[in-house]
Ligand binder design. Structure first.
Ligand code: CP
Length: 320
């Protein structure tokens, strides 16, 4: 029997949709990171444009709120010279009961070339990729708690930028891992890129034990989790995805799992602190750390533009 083909890849193994980092070969991740490196300088030019997506229409479909991802996708598409359409979901006919696939069919009739999709339902971008025309590319901009592949890739770009290589690193991911699509994408990317020690740090209610099966070291003690880490990725408490009381209080949580200067001092002296945003100061991270010399939280956002340019240009160059 034939193995089921990865829906993100064409018959030549080239990327045609970006739905998840899981299952993507290391060569494709490296291709995206290397291509992003070539786009960084575009952001510093007087004329911040290259013509790679000229004449293409990119539709931003954000069914869930976003600041960083939506805006950097829009900037990235414009820097590639695409026409960008931001569908205002609150004012769209989705609010009148139109189904997701009917919305997609109508936007496809307007000659869409690429859909960038954020949705609260895990799997929504897969459904769209399955039903859209063969020439249309789909990029997952975060689906439920499942995946946020471009955040995972920009996190990898940031780590490679500051640490040069992946193969001797200890990376601690701290916080609400059970609800985090970023954690899942980061773990798949770090594993594929050869990081030898990945730690998931947080309370038992927020760190699934089955991560051990993915080779992740689970730590419920913050000091143990952060000790000698090269990279610390802090995560927000995703209260909107929590059902029932999973934590005593935000204050208690900060006491046990907040990243303070004192806790950061346990990591390597040149450790970097990352966070996908939005940050909640005084809940998962102290302001002195968020704004301090180890923080690379804002460079992550800047790198996100180049990484999203890389993803969109690679997809546009590959046929189904
Ligand atoms: N990191 C991230 O996804 O942020 P936004 O929700 O603001 O897009």
């Amino acid at each position: 029997m034939l193995a089921r083909r990865n829906p993100q890849l064409n018959a030549h193994g080239e990327l045609i949709h970006l739905l998840s980092i899981e299952g993507l070969p290391r060569a494709i991740l490296t291709q995206i990171l290397d291509t992003a490196g070539t786009f960084l300088s575009v952001n510093d030019r007087d004329v911040k444009k290259v013509p790679l997506l000229r004449g293409k229409s990119v539709f931003n479909l954000f069914f869930e709120n976003s600041t960083r991802t939506r805006t950097t996708f829009e900037i990235a598409a414009k820097r590639l010279s695409a026409d960008v359409i931001n569908l205002d979901i609150a004012k769209s006919s989705a609010s009148k009961g139109e189904s997701l696939l009917d919305t997609i069919a109508n936007l496809s009739a307007m000659h869409a070339d690429m859909f960038v999709v954020r949705h609260s339902e895990s799997g929504a971008p897969y459904l769209i990729a399955k039903h859209c025309a063969p020439h249309v590319h789909v990029v997952n901009a975060g689906d439920g708690r499942h995946a946020h592949p471009t955040q995972g890739l920009l996190d990898m770009y940031t780590i490679r930028h500051y640490k040069k290589s992946f193969n001797e690193l200890t990376v601690a991911i701290v916080g609400d891992i059970v609800h985090s699509r970023v954690a899942r994408s980061d773990i798949h990317a770090l594993t594929t890129l050869g990081v030898p020690e990945i730690r998931a740090v947080g309370p038992k209610t927020l760190v699934p034990g089955d991560l051990r099966e993915m080779g992740v070291r689970v730590c419920h003690d913050m000091r143990e989790g952060v000790k000698d880490a090269d990279v610390i990725i802090m995560l927000r408490l995703q209260n909107e995805r929590m059902s029932g009381a999973m934590l005593p209080s935000a204050g208690e949580y900060f006491k046990s799992y907040g990243l303070t200067e004192e806790i950061l001092a346990l990591a390597k002296p040149d450790a970097i602190v990352m966070h996908p945003g939005p940050i909640n100061r005084g809940v998962e991270i102290d302001s002195r750390v968020a704004d301090g010399p180890h923080s690379v939280i804002l460079p992550q956002v800047t790198f996100g533009i180049a990484v999203r340019m890389a993803v969109m240009s690679i997809l546009a160059g590959n046929d189904a």
